[in-house]
Write a protein that binds this ligand. Structure first.
Ligand code: SF4
Length: 218
């Protein structure tokens, strides 16, 4: 089965998805931000969040950087938590993931909430919300929207999804399955300088598509 996080990796850079499916990666700022958010929403303090992150395998420095950037917005009071870290899995959609938070907004049906640390990447976030909507749908819960909380500027954005996004999500599942079977995908259009797999990636060279795709308009 494919994780929602695999889909996010693929959208960031298909090769990143390839390497992360082969090697484990270090806990990063995004993981620390999630621990801070969840601890505060559950009524605990930052020291609790630190303990959670360190026990998970993270380091103090990463936690302190995340803590210095994190913002807790008063807008979150509008969203009543229903549950946190909800494990969802669907044989039908060949997908699984852990939803950060399930919330109630003004008495409406449950909505999904996804967290972001860094910059606003709308398309990726839309696909993430669509993935969780699919997973909930398989449990008989029809949801077509959610929220993204940007932990570094404290903004909350409502995101609607439809058939187009759900269809694209399923196509992505197929692409990631191919990568997990060993297919080396093309490089993403990203800045590779900070990538932990830069050396391994360069040693793999370019794919056939990258070398000839443009020339022959494949
Ligand atoms: S080095 Fe660049 S192309 Fe390779 S996996 Fe990392 S981000 Fe992707």
């Amino acid at each position: 089965m494919i994780y929602v996080s695999d889909l996010m990796n693929y959208l960031k850079c298909p090769r990143l998805c390839y390497f992360r499916s082969k090697f484990s990666s270090k806990l990063n700022e995004a993981n620390a931000v999630k621990e801070i958010y969840l601890s505060l929403r559950k009524g605990y303090d930052l020291e609790w969040a630190r303990s959670r992150f360190l026990e998970l395998g993270g380091d103090e420095e990463t936690f302190n950087v995340a803590k210095s950037k994190f913002k807790f917005s008063q807008d979150l009071k509008e969203l009543k938590p229903i549950d946190w870290e909800v494990k969802l899995e669907s044989e039908r959609y060949r997908l699984r993931g852990i939803l950060d938070e399930l919330v109630d907004f003004k008495g409406l049906k449950p909505l999904v909430l996804s967290l972001r640390g860094g910059k606003d990447v709308r398309f990726r976030e839309k696909i993430k919300i669509a993935s969780f909507c699919l997973l909930l749908r398989d449990r008989g819960v029809e949801v077509n929207e959610g929220f993204v909380y940007y932990c570094y500027d404290g903004s909350l954005r409502r995101v609607g999804v439809g058939g187009k996004e759900r269809y694209y999500t399923l196509k992505l599942v197929e692409k990631v399955e191919r990568v997990k079977k060993g297919f080396l995908p093309e490089k993403g259009k990203v800045n590779c300088n900070l990538c932990e797999y830069k050396e391994a990636c360069e040693s793999k060279g370019s794919t056939f598509f990258e070398r000839f795709g443009k020339k022959f308009k494949l």
